[in-house]
Design a protein around this ligand. Sequence first.
Ligand code: PXP
Length: 248
Amino acid sequence: MPLRLGVNIDHAATLRQARYARDPESILVEPDPVAAALIAEKAGANGITAHLREDRRHIQDRDILRLKESLQTKLNLEMGNAPEIVAIALQVRAHDACLVPENRNEVTTEGGLDCLTHYAALNATIGQLHAVGTVVSLFIDPDPDQIQAARDLKAEYIELHTGAFANATGDTRAQELKRLIESAKLAHQLGLRVNAGHGLNYQNVRELFAVPHLEELNIGHAIISRALTTGLATAVKEMKALCEEYRL
Ligand code: PXP
């Protein structure tokens, strides 16, 4: 099965909000993350990922509704497990939802979900998402206890947090890669399907291909950044071509 590419378009909205956050009609001005999503799809993205954060720092509620209406592939709604956001997810019925930890002070999602500490709350939300037909993924660190918990919670997918791997150098990087490899094997043995994301870019993604059982990568910052110089279609095509090299 070819490795799918999910393009995270949050940072198209970040750029819009940098100028227009105070304008209630800001949704109508550029850059439009929905227009970006449609270009990414046309260039080969297998899905579009968007994180509706509680502080609405980039993606807005209306962006999510427009994405759901417009996409030809699928919407992967990244979300914290907060009642207000869960209510929107249940209304939107995204194809996929990826539950992530959310801390208002972080620049981006800094660590994986703690599925053990938040087991009961996650269990309730996963049940609700399944009831509306949404496929659930849990964004977790490559840790055996978290993987077991994800299985017990009946998530279809885990998304392995690749941030520690991406940021590491030397021996630590080799250790982080090994953790990802072992985690993917364990998840697969337990019947979980495996995605990965965070901090992936055009330089490090080939190294990640040592990890088996990957179905989808979710990549945002590197693609949107490259798009400034190459255009979004080229940036997506270049990452998609790398994904096509995946063999495990
Ligand atoms: N996957 C998840 C669950 C994330 O939270 C993020 C960041 O929003 C990404 C993937 C994409 O990370 P990056 O922007 O570093 O490619």
